[in-house]
Design a binder for this molecule. Structure first.
Ligand SMILES: [Fe+2]
Ligand SMILES: [Fe+2]
Length: 184
């Protein structure tokens, strides 16, 4: 297993979450019910799984190793990717702010607007990583560095998410997909 296999697997989960979020936006817009708890759980997934776990693996470990290895062209790819992580955080903060409001004080159009922007941003971001950055990492990082990365990823997961939480997130995604991301 390569470090990028681990990241690709997380991308699959993130993409499913984005489909769920899209379904939630649609429900809000068509006046269908969305449980308040579901919005809070989505924010938790964005904060913990996407940002604290996945983005930390990339920003604190993969990107610096690629820069250190002096791979031609890597810097040009990495710097916009880092900015996009930051932009994503801003959208999540805005969504979280509204979700934390109670009842009628919640600005639902703002949740929809920021969620749609977040979906678009992360979809393009993931495509860039999978098509451009990860193949470069696979080809240019030494076996030893790739092994170290996998070990660091393991530590991020245990320390940030905690044992069992990863599986819990996957079960939750499955349940949410049944409600919001059913094929038409
Ligand atoms: Fe990323
Ligand atoms: Fe990623």
């Amino acid at each position: 297993m390569k470090p990028t296999d681990d990241l690709n697997e997380e991308h699959r989960a993130v993409k499913l979450m984005l489909r769920i979020l899209g379904g939630v936006c649609k429900n809000i817009e068509t006046g269908k019910n969305v449980k308040s708890g579901h919005l809070e759980e989505l924010v938790e997934f964005m904060r913990v799984f996407v940002d604290k776990c996945h983005h930390t693996k990339e920003e604190a470990y993969l990107f610096p190793e690629m820069e250190k290895a002096g791979i031609p062209g890597a810097g040009e790819l990495i710097s916009p990717l880092k900015k996009e992580h930051e932009e994503g955080r801003q959208y999540v903060s805005r969504i979280e702010k509204e979700v934390s409001e109670k009842g009628e004080n919640r600005e639902l159009p703002s949740i929809v607007e920021n969620s749609r922007a977040y979906i678009q941003l992360l979809t393009l971001h993931i495509d860039k990583e999978e098509n451009n950055l990860f193949p470069m990492a696979d080809a240019c990082l030494s076996q030893a560095v790739q092994q170290d990365l996998l070990e660091s990823f393991e530590v991020v997961e245990t320390e940030i998410i905690g044992p069992g939480k990863h599986e819990e997130f996957h079960r939750w995604l499955h349940t949410m997909a049944e409600i919001y991301a059913k094929p038409e």
